[in-house]
Design a protein around this ligand. Structure first.
Ligand code: DGT
Ligand code: ZN
Ligand code: CA
Ligand code: CA
Length: 593
C-alpha cells in the first residue's frame, strides 16, 4: 500500500490514549511526523525522512510505554528507532518538544505541511510555492491557482496548475471529515473515561459514528443521567478536551486535542430511546420515518412518539419501542441511510447482517517478508488473540519493488515456512499461504503458473497505471480474474479516501466477470481505503459476487481494522452467505483450488 501523506488522516491505530500533559505517545508520534514532513519539504536526504516516519509508526505501535524507556540504549533496541531518534525521544520527554523540529518550524511554517495533502503537489512543489508565492494554506493555494500564478513557476505549467486545482476540489469534498478509526478510537476513549467518572451513566455514540460511516464530520455522544450538569462537568474536564466551544445544561461541544469536534447531549432516561433514534440519524432516514408517522396520525421527535390527536405518548424510553410504535422492526444503525431499510422493516424483511464475532480470519496480511513490520509468528499470535482460526498471508509480489515485493524464490521459501509452521500444529491459527499479485497494465501477473500453483490462494491488485481508460482498466482486471489462480481482486477501485479518487472502471462488467469466474472481490478494511465501499458492496451482493474482507495489515495492530471492514459490509447489507471470512480454512482451501 502506498504511504499516505494526508493529514486529515495523520492518525493510526494502536497507542493508548491516556493523556500525560501533552507528552504522551500520541504527541510524540505527531512531533516525529511533523519533523518528517517539514524535513521533506526542506529537501532533507530521503533516508532521514523515512527514518522519522518509521519511528513515528513505532511510537504509535508501542503507545505510552515508550515514554517509560529512559536510556538511549534501550530505545535503540526498539525496531525502527536508531541512535539519533532515540536522543530526540529523550529530548521530547524532557522538554515536550524536539529542538530540530522547532528550528525547522522557524524556516517553514507548520501550516505549509497541509499542502502535502493536495494530489499532484509533492514536498518540492510545496516548498516552491511557499518560497516563491508565500502560499501557506489550502486557501492560499487555491487562490494562486485560480489567478494562474502557479503555471509560470519552474516545472509546473498550466496542466499541473489545473491538476492542483482539481486536487483541492477533491480534498474539499472530504475536508473537515476524519477517518472512521480516528473517530471510533477517540469516542471509545471518551465513553470509557466518562464511565470511569460516572459508573451509572447511560452513554452511547450517535450520529454518523454509530452508523459507522466511512468518514465522520463530528462525533455525537448521547448520555442520560439523574444530574445532567454532572455529566457536562465531567465531560468538559476530560484530559483530551482542548477547548470548550459551548457548554449548557444539556448540550456541550468541545474540540479534542486532535481538533475533532465532539457534541454531547444529555437527555432524560424516559426519552433515551427517542433521543438515540433521533441523533443517530441519518437525517434522510429520520425524514422518511416522520413521513411514515404522519400517515399514521403520529408524530416522532427526540422525546418520543406521540399521537397527534391528543398528544398521547406511545414510546420513547427505548429505541426498539420507537420503531415498534410505527409498526417497524428496528433497522441496525448501519442501515439507516434511507436506502430501502424502512420499506424492508415494514415488510419484516431486514437483512440479517454479519457481525465481527462470526469472522474467522483475515485475507490480506503483510509481514516483514515484504513491507510489513511484524513477522509471521507475531502476526499469527495477534490473530490468535482475536480468536481467528486462519490467517491469509499475502505479501507483495515481485513487480512491486518499492514495497519489497518477493521474487519467485523468496515467495516459495515463504510458502515452505508457512507449511512448516502449520505442520508444527502449535497454534489454533492455520496460515494460508497467499500473495498480493500485481495486475500489470495488460492484466499480466508477477509469476508463472508453476509458482502460482504452489500458493493456497492469491489476491491480485492494481498498484500502478491508474490513468488508463475505463475500457483498458476493465479489460485489465477482467483478464486477471480469468486467471484460474486469482481468487480475490484486492482493493478493486483503488481509491484512497481524501487523497485519490477511484480509477475509471466499469463496475457492472467487473461484477459480471467476477460472478462468471467465481472470483471474490475484496473489501479492503484499511480505514483510508474501505474498498469496495458500501454502495458497491450492495451491488456485488445483488450480482451474486462473494466478498473477502482483508485488513491490508502491515502491523499486528492493524488486524483490528477488521472492525471497520465488518461495519462497511453491514452498511452494504451483506449477510453470512456473502462473506468468505465466515468459512473455515479447510473449506476455503478447497474453494480456492
Ligand atoms: P456527520 O457529523 O456529518 O458525519 O453526520 P451526522 O449524521 O453525524 O450528522 P450531525 O452530526 O449533523 O447530526 C447528528 C444526527 O442528528 C443526524 O444523524 C440526525 C440528527 N439531525 C441533525 N440535524 C437534523 C435535522 O435537521 N433533521 C433531522 N431530522 N435530524 C437531524
Ligand atoms: Zn495493495
Ligand atoms: Ca456527527
Ligand atoms: Ca453533531
Amino acid at each position: 500500500m502506498a504511504r499516505k501523506k494526508d493529514h486529515i488522516a495523520a492518525g493510526g491505530t494502536g497507542g493508548g490514549s491516556r493523556a500525560v500533559e501533552g507528552r504522551d505517545a500520541r504527541a510524540l508520534a505527531h512531533a516525529l511526523e511533523l519533523l518528517a514532513d517539514l524535513s521533506e519539504i526542506k529537501g532533507e536526504v530521503r533516508f532521514k525522512v523515512i527514518a522519522y516516519r518509521r519511528a513515528a509508526e513505532a511510537v504509535r505501535g508501542m503507545g505510552d510505554e515508550i515514554l517509560e524507556t529512559d536510556s538511549v540504549a534501550r530505545l535503540k533496541a526498539i525496531p525502527g528507532i536508531g541512535e539519533a531518534i532515540a536522543r530526540k525521544i529523550l529530548e521530547f520527554k524532557e522538554t515536550g518538544t524536539i529542538g530540530k523540529l522547532e528550528e525547522l518550524k522557524e524556516e517553514i511554517p507548520e501550516e505549509v505541511v497541509s499542502l502535502l495533502q493536495v494530489p499532484g503537489l509533492g514536498p518540492r512543489r510545496a516548498r516552491l510555492v511557499f518560497e516563491e508565492l508565500g502560499v501557506r494554506s489550502l486557501d492560499d493555494l487555491q487562490r494562486a491557482a485560480e489567478e494562474h500564478l502557479l503555471a509560470p513557476l519552474p516545472g509546473l505549467g498550466p496542466k499541473v496548475e489545473a491538476g492542483i486545482l482539481e486536487g483541492i476540489k477533491h480534498l474539499r469534498g472530504t475536508a473537515g471529515r476524519i477517518f472512521i478509526n480516528q473517530a471510533y478510537e477517540q469516542a471509545s476513549g471518551i465513553v470509557d473515561a466518562m464511565l470511569e467518572k460516572l459508573p451509572e451513566l447511560r452513554i452511547s455514540a450517535a450520529g454518523s459514528l454509530r452508523r459507522m460511516k466511512e468518514t465522520i464530520g463530528d462525533i455525537d455522544i448521547l448520555a442520560a443521567y439523574g444530574e445532567p450538569h454532572e455529566v457536562t462537568k465531567a465531560f468538559r474536564s476530560l484530559p483530551l478536551v482542548s477547548k470548550v466551544i459551548m457548554s449548557g445544561e444539556t448540550r456541550s461541544s468541545v474540540f479534542t486535542r486532535d481538533m475533532l469536534q465532539v457534541d454531547l447531549r444529555v437527555v432524560d432516561t424516559s426519552s433515551w430511546g427517542a433521543a438515540l433514534q433521533y441523533f443517530t440519524g441519518s437525517k434522510e432516514h429520520n425524514v422518511r420515518l416522520r413521513e411514515l408517522a404522519r400517515r399514521q396520525g403520529l408524530k416522532v421527535n427526540e422525546y418520543g412518539v406521540f399521537r397527534v390527536e391528543d398528544d398521547g405518548r406511545m414510546a420513547g424510553a427505548d429505541e426498539e419501542g420507537v420503531y415498534a410504535a410505527l409498526g417497524l422492526s428496528m433497522p441496525p444503525p448501519e442501515l439507516r441511510e434511507d436506502r430501502g431499510e424502512i420499506e424492508a422493516a415494514m415488510r419484516g424483511e431486514l437483512p440479517s447482517l454479519i457481525g465481527l464475532e462470526r469472522i474467522r480470519g483475515d485475507f490480506h496480511v503483510h509481514t516483514r517478508d515484504s513491507d510489513g513490520y511484524h513477522d509471521l509468528e507475531e502476526m499469527r499470535a495477534a490473530a490468535e488473540k482475536l480468536g481467528y482460526s486462519w490467517l491469509g498471508i499475502s505479501n507483495h509480489a515481485a513487480n512491486l519493488r518499492v514495497a519489497r515485493g518477493l521474487d519467485a524464490d523468496g515467495l516459495l521459501a515463504l510458502v515452505e515456512r508457512i507449511e512448516e509452521l502449520n505442520a508444527k500444529g502449535d497454534s489454533p491459527v492455520t496460515l494460508l499461504a497467499g500473495c498480493e499479485l500485481n495486475i500489470g497494465n495488460d492484466g499480466e501477473l508477477d509469476y508463472d503458473d508453476e509458482v502460482l500453483s504452489r500458493l493456497h490462494f492469491a489476491i491480485a491488485s492494481v498498484h500502478g497505471g491508474f490513468g488508463q481508460s475505463r475500457e483498458a482498466m476493465t479489460r485489465r482486471i477482467s483478464r486477471a480474474m480469468r486467471n484460474p489462480f486469482v481468487n480475490i481482486i484486492g482493493h478493486p477501485t483503488g481509491r484512497l479516501i481524501g487523497s485519490r479518487p477511484p480509477y475509471e472502471l466499469d463496475l457492472d462488467e467487473l461484477l459480471e466477470v467476477a460472478a462468471e469466474t467465481g472470483t471474490a472481490l475484496e473489501l479492503n478494511a484499511f480505514p483510508d481505503r474501505l474498498d469496495l465501499c458500501d454502495h458497491h458492496l450492495r451491488r456485488a451482493k445483488e450480482a451474486g459476487v462473494k466478498i473477502a474482507i482483508g485488513t491490508d495489515a502491515h502491523r499486528a495492530e492493524h488486524l483490528r481494522f477488521m472492525l471497520y471492514g465488518v461495519a462497511t459490509a453491514r452498511r452494504g447489507w451483506l449477510e453470512g452467505g456473502d462473506v468468505l471470512n465466515l468459512l473455515d480454512a479447510e473449506f476455503l482451501r478447497s474453494l480456492f483450488r
